[in-house]
Design a protein around this ligand. Structure first.
Ligand code: XMP
Length: 315
């Protein structure tokens, strides 16, 4: 994309052509779907409705943060509460692809219901080129199924509209700046949320443990950034591992699970390097996680693997 103004003109025309009636927009709070939503509202006015789904798999504070971001982007977004439906469909599910499939289905069914209420038959998503390239196509083997790709089943009443399909991340950044969307001081967060930060079976309790561990990693990394001890990484998070591992509490041996902390430097998520954070930061994170989650987490590991060979997320 050489000229964002030209891209916007073409995208508005393409959205109007693709949506003869009304559309709902899946707004995740990320930069891609926010740009897609802003374009859609510009193209369709009150024939568009943007929705942010509370899946129960969000990070601590996430709803307030994204609402601030939407307001700063002058984007009207409705929050749809749906934690129970997501957590029940995932209960006991371990397989990462099955998690993504169930989340994808739950999103689509929810969007269908919301579309019916609004009288819409189009669903706008902020899919960009790396999403579908990594989800497998003619060129590459499937690496993982991004939940927001190919997620509309054949029997769905909704037709998908993807105005950013051909853009790469740096182009979306250029487009967002042009659209007046503020640069989010937030790291990317995957659509399936904490479901892919809970390795092994999902339960409400394990999601809550992962939520607390992720909040601690974020707080500590952000404090280190603010204190000038660390350059802002691309992503920093915790993953709860389904490992029964022993610790000591007083005179007793106690079993809990392990948490892996991952801090990654990257420009576009296609490749990445494991960061080498100061030892005090790693120690503080380990101490706070084991103290706050005493009884459920007995061990904290630091992931030193680059992408490739590993991916950024564990699942
Ligand atoms: P990986 O783990 O493939 O992640 O190196 C690359 C980037 O994508 C994010 N990610 C996802 N985002 N749905 C999403 O919307 C997904 O299923 C998904 N899996 C990974 C990941 O956080 C990183 O930024």
């Amino acid at each position: 994309m050489k000229d964002p103004a030209k891209f916007v003109d073409e995208a508005l025309a393409a959205i109007r052509a693709a949506v003869p009636g009304k559309a709902i927009v899946a707004a995740s709070g990320g930069i891609d779907s926010t740009a897609a939503a802003v374009l859609t509202h510009r193209a369709l006015g009150d024939r568009a409705r943007s929705l942010f789904v509370d899946t129960g798999l969000l990070r601590a504070n996430e709803i307030a943060l994204v609402q601030g971001f939407f307001a700063a982007s002058q984007l009207p977004v409705t929050v749809v509460p749906a934690a129970d439906r997501f957590l029940s469909t995932l209960d006991g599910v371990s397989d990462p692809e099955e998690k993504r499939r169930r989340i994808g289905t739950a999103f689509i069914r929810l969007f269908e219901e919301e579309a019916d209420k609004f009288g819409a038959d189009r669903l706008v998503q902020g899919t960009i080129a790396p999403d579908w390239i990594e989800s497998g196509g003619s060129l590459r083997d499937t690496i993982k199924t991004h939940h927001n790709v190919g997620g509309v089943p054949k029997d769905s009443r909704l037709t998908l509209v993807e105005p950013l399909r051909d853009l790469y991340k740096d182009e979306v950044r250029m487009l967002s700046a042009h659209l007046g969307i503020p640069h989010p001081e937030r790291q990317p967060f995957p659509g399936p949320g904490l479901a892919v930060r809970v390795a092994g079976p999902i339960s409400r309790a394990r999601v809550e443990t992962a939520r607390v561990a992720n909040a601690i990693v974020e707080e500590e990394v952000e404090a280190a950034i603010a204190a000038g001890k660390l350059a802002r990484p691309w992503q920093y998070f915790a993953v709860l591992l389904p490992v029964r591992t022993v610790g000591v509490m007083g005179d007793n041996r106690v079993y809990g699970e392990a948490v892996s902390v991952r801090i990654v430097e990257s420009n576009d998520a296609m490749t990445g390097t494991a960061a080498d954070p100061p030892v005090e930061l790693r120690r503080r994170i380990a101490e706070r996680i084991t103290r706050t989650l005493s009884g459920s987490v007995t061990r904290v590991l630091y992931d030193i693997t680059d992408k490739p060979p590993a991916t950024i997320e564990w699942e």
